[in-house]
Design a protein around this ligand. Structure first.
Ligand code: HEC
Length: 190
């Protein structure tokens, strides 16, 4: 009886830490060296969200096209990326991320995009796993996809047929919607 209670408590602690469910079905690789990325290098924060769990199983970012999650992604992008990539991802010290041209063509998939953020690329594009949590990476990616300004047909794999149906290239004028009352917990902002 006591043993079972201890075990249950230990399992609960693991779930709370987001360890359970963070087992990746797909392998992520460094964009330059191809080395396998170790998701354990990032802290436990954000690993228990539905989006992250789904992502490491399928490579699909369910935040894409979710208006409720744009505001948090924007915040994160402005804090972590815009200094180098520009306010609207138009490019600055680092390349533009809002068009159909990619130095690393794998960035046209969300798996590839995540690999570049998590593991870094060359020069000033350092790995982000120590600086931001993995769920924020997915939110940031969805925001960057939202900023895409070129033709939908040139966007790449991330723009699925389902998303394409409602997709409008970014116009820079529409204000970012605030998360609604039904927003996933991970998309709420203070
Ligand atoms: C200190 C500056 C700096 C910061 C901060 C930074 N980047 Fe970069 N980023 C760069 C540079 C420089 C490159 C070009 C590196 C290369 O070509 O290998 C780059 C390249 C990239 C690429 C590859 C683009 C392509 O065309 O293939 C992506 C994607 C990217 N960054 C996303 C991000 C995101 C998202 C963030 C925020 C979480 C971020 N970066 C933060 C400087 C930065």
């Amino acid at each position: 009886m006591r043993g079972a209670t201890v075990k249950a408590a230990a399992a609960a602690a693991l779930i709370a830490a987001g360890v359970v469910g963070a087992k990746a079905s797909i392998t992520f690789n460094n964009a330059i060296t191809g080395e396998v990325l170790n998701l354990e290098d990032a802290g436990p924060e954000g690993k228990d969200t539905e989006a992250f769990k789904k992502f490491i199983e399928t490579g699909e970012n369910i935040y894409n096209g979710n208006a409720d999650c744009l505001a948090k992604g924007e915040q994160s992008y402005l804090a972590m990326c815009s200094g180098c990539h520009g306010q609207k991802a138009e490019g600055k010290l680092g390349p533009g991320l809002n068009d159909s041209y990619w130095t690393y063509p794998s960035g046209k998939t969300d798996k590839g995009f995540f690999e570049i953020i998590f593991g870094g690329a060359s020069g000033m594009m350092g790995p982000m796993y120590g600086a931001m949590n993995v769920d924020d990476m997915l939110l940031t990616m969805a925001w960057v996809r939202h900023l895409y300004k070129d033709k939908p047909e040139d966007a790449g794999e991330w723009l699925t047929d389902e998303l394409k149906a409602n997709f409008k290239p970014y116009d820079g004028k529409t204000p970012t919607p605030k998360p609604s009352a039904n927003a996933p917990e991970s998309c709420k902002i203070d």
